[in-house]
Design a protein around this ligand. Sequence first.
Ligand SMILES: [Zn+2]
Length: 194
Amino acid sequence: MKGWTRYGWVVLIAVIFQNCTDSQASNKQKLSDMNSEKKDNNPVYSRSDSSQVNLSDDQWKKILPNDVYNIARQKGTERPWTSKYEGSHEIGTYYCAVCGNPLFRSDTKFESGCGWPSFYEPISKTSIIYAQDNSYGMERNEVICGRCKSHLGHVFNDGPPPTGLRYCINGVVLDFEKAKDAEKRYDAENQKHS
Ligand SMILES: [Zn+2]
């Protein structure tokens, strides 16, 4: 009798554990769905596919949220100091919010004081492309996503070393993903020093 009771407990615990891991897995799934919420209607969004994306303006309008569409496809500019990424020091990678193309690493981000997220170097030579922008009577170098050709912002020659460049980017067209390992290392370092 005792043996059966013990066996029953083992089975019960196994069943509970199974349900628990199942629900954790589905929670994780939900979480990742939440993170990619604004891409639900965006079939071209991918952080691993680097193939070029060419959609018509009508197609972009259908799949992008209004604020993203306005900046990315209409070359709009967000109001300064409105991006949550402007003063962010979190460690991770910034992606194009339109197509998922990796654009900048957090270690190339700096406080420019200009009101927009600023970086001194893109993640790779092909991640962004450049165009001359003479709008508003200014001569500026426009920064465009290398994968989907969306407008991201501008680059100026008054940045810090080693590049001396300041990539001034609209936060609306950026997605950020925290680097979990880097974050843990950073926390461990901070604990050591405190
Ligand atoms: Zn893009």
